[in-house]
Design a binder for this molecule. Structure first.
Ligand code: F6R
Length: 224
């Protein structure tokens, strides 16, 4: 069972996780990070940008991308560019999104000696990255069908639910679990129930985030 640190506000959630990222990058300028998108990490990225850290040697791997035009305003490539990459001194060649062939993406992670710090959010159905309920605990980077729940949840970012992509490429649960350290960020009481099920319930592929109970170095931060 993992203990969850409860924070007083979204600002505190963002600055607490920014402290962890800052400490990691300062300790090891060659850090490899795995990064999420969505609404939860927006405050974290704002905070990291304000801190003007040196990203020149940092390498990033995004957790997932929609299967869509990368130039679309809601693509995760656009999101990362706007919210982090173009506001830091990270080298364009150092930021990676899951790509085909997936074995080459996985090789890239492995050859860079693995992910030092993986930041995650959680979906209302317990997904992490886009590993939807039923994903194998051994899964690697691959194309997935998004669940009805995820499509509905993410329709808030699009003009209409019909515009939400139905497929994505996600890092697998097996890939994520090889990270040396994992930080799960959870924002909002609508996520409290699934967080409790994931952290204190049965470890099962029906609740992908429950796999985190098996990782030795996970920190979970929640704010209402
Ligand atoms: C996105 C990702 C997803 C989100 C999750 C929560 O890159 O990895 O698992 O973290 O869907 O999204 P928000 O933060 O929008 O509630």
């Amino acid at each position: 069972m993992k203990s969850t640190k409860i924070l007083k506000s979204y600002n505190e959630l963002s600055s607490t996780v920014a402290n962890i990222v800052e400490e990691q990058i300062t300790k090891n300028p060659l850090t490899k990070l795995a990064l999420p998108t969505g609404s939860t990490p927006l405050g974290l990225y704002d905070e990291l940008v304000k801190r003007k850290l040196d990203w020149s040697l940092v390498i990033t791997f995004n957790l997932d991308v929609y299967l869509m035009n990368v130039k679309h305003p809601q693509s995760y490539q656009t999101y990362m560019r706007k919210n982090l990459f173009e506001k830091t001194n990270i080298y364009p060649d150092h930021s990676h999104f899951p790509f085909r062939p997936f074995s080459a993406f996985e090789d890239k992670i492995e050859k860079s000696m693995g992910i030092d710090l993986c930041i995650l959010g959680i979906g209302s159905n317990g997904h992490i990255a886009f590993n939807e309920p039923g994903s194998s605990f051994d899964s690697r980077t691959r194309v997935v069908e998004l669940s009805e729940q995820t499509i509905e949840d993410n329709s808030r970012f699009f003009d209409s639910i019909d515009d939400v992509p139905k497929q994505a490429i996600t890092m697998g649960l097996g890939t994520i679990m090889e990270s040396k350290k994992i930080v799960l960020m959870v924002n909002g009481d609508h996520k409290l129930n699934i967080l409790n099920v994931a952290m204190n319930g049965e470890v099962t592929e029906d609740v992908p985030a429950s796999i985190l109970q098996n990782h030795e170095n996970v920190e979970v931060y929640y704010c209402e």
